[in-house]
Design a protein around this ligand. Structure first.
Ligand code: SF4
Ligand code: SF4
Length: 68
């Protein structure tokens, strides 16, 4: 299983990674905001991640790191 890490404070909640994920397992948080006031992305079902890194490639702010 791939391991994803998020630099949450850099996330601006744009949702590009959410749209890019072929497994539809990323969502913007509806429970908290980061220090900049944005709803950061979170991984809903880590066990379904295929490690394709589409999310990390899409993110303009280099928030996501994928380790396989
Ligand atoms: S690595 Fe691929 S499957 Fe996993 S969260 Fe990112 S886009 Fe989705
Ligand atoms: S991780 Fe990147 S692409 Fe995804 S919502 Fe945050 S800033 Fe946008």
């Amino acid at each position: 299983m791939a391991r994803l890490t998020f630099k949450e404070e850099l996330c601006k909640g744009c949702g590009l990674c959410v749209a890019a994920c072929p497994k539809h397992i990323l969502e913007l948080s509806n429970t908290h905001l980061n220090q900049k006031g944005y709803a950061p992305v979170k991984l809903m079902k880590p066990e379904e991640c295929i490690g394709c890194a589409a999310c990390a490639t899409m993110c303009p702010d280099c928030v996501i790191t994928v380790e396989r």
